[in-house]
Design a protein around this ligand. Structure first.
Ligand SMILES: [Zn+2]
Length: 284
């Protein structure tokens, strides 16, 4: 009896996981909505003792990311521009020296990249936590009083908490005709990124798909496919767990700037797209 029930629970949970993975990939069905469908479709519904199984399925449905650890790196820090000595200090970026951090870009009206990445990251954090994930940010503030952390510290954060995935959030500062997002994954640096190349590529594909499904568009630059590979980014090089960096839009483009300064767009398009991509990756 116990064994039967356990088996049913496992089957139900597996079915749910499959349904959820599909839903997340499609990017337009919330786990809660999919629960109702699944409980109807699940075998053994006529059983009289499904209560335990049902509550387990509901728990999985509510928190499909329970046990998963995600690190979000909100690019830059508001006070970097006021702490140039500190952020220009050279650090090891993966076998070569690079400044600790950069000031980041801004819209033409002066909305800073660090504030954009901070706000998207906070929304994304809440969305992931609501689904049961444990989420860490690489910085605790968005303040003119603070600077950093340096790229090596950001890159090591995922290793320290044994993250299932790391997403570094940025906004681009390209020429004004460039618009759209692109996903940057680590390229090969022997002794540094060998171990994370393949999973980071899968993470890049999932995040790319998630962002497209949420309604944003691929960059018309950087090759036009919405992907880039870099070997010169300390944040990526230091990671021993799957990692990508995303440039969600070009802050110097009028349309992207409008989207990037709109709370609804940040939550429902950028954060939601990232959440869908990361969720798919970590539950695969
Ligand atoms: Zn940036």
């Amino acid at each position: 009896m116990t064994r039967t029930r356990a088996a049913f629970t496992v089957v139900a949970a597996s079915l749910l996981a499959i349904a959820l993975a599909g839903a997340v990939e499609a990017g337009n069905i919330s786990p809660r909505e999919s629960t109702a469908d699944l409980s109807l479709a699940a075998p053994g519904n006529q059983r009289t003792d499904t209560d335990d199984a049902t509550s387990t399925t509901e728990q999985v449905a509510k928190e499909p990311l329970r046990g998963k650890v995600v690190v979000i790196d909100p690019g830059h820090q508001l006070g970097n521009s006021r702490h140039t000595d500190q952020i220009n200090r050279l650090v090891d970026a993966g076998g070569f020296q690079k400044p600790c951090n950069a000031t980041g870009t801004a819209t033409n009206r002066g909305f800073p990249e660090s504030t954009f990445t901070w706000r998207v990251s906070l929304v994304l954090k809440r969305q992931l936590q609501a689904r049961g994930a444990t989420v860490y940010l690489t910085r605790r503030t968005n303040s003119y009083d603070d600077w950093g952390p340096c790229i090596d510290v950001r890159g090591r954060k995922g290793n320290r908490v044994d993250a299932d995935a790391v997403v570094s959030v940025h906004g681009d500062g390209a020429s004004s005709t460039v618009r759209g997002f692109f996903v940057i994954r680590p390229g090969l640096r022997r002794g540094w990124t060998d171990d994370i190349l393949k999973p980071s590529r899968r993470l890049a594909l999932d995040v790319h798909r998630g962002l497209l499904a949420s309604g944003t568009r691929v960059s018309n630059s950087y090759g036009g496919d919405g992907y880039d590979v870099r070997t010169d980014l300390g944040t990526l090089n230091w990671s021993n767990v799957p990692i990508v960096m995303v440039e969600l839009g070009n802050m110097r483009n009028a349309i992207d700037a409008r989207h990037m300064t709109t709370p609804r767009y940040r939550a429902h398009v950028y954060a939601r797209g990232l959440r869908a991509g990361v969720s798919t990756f970590v539950t695969r």
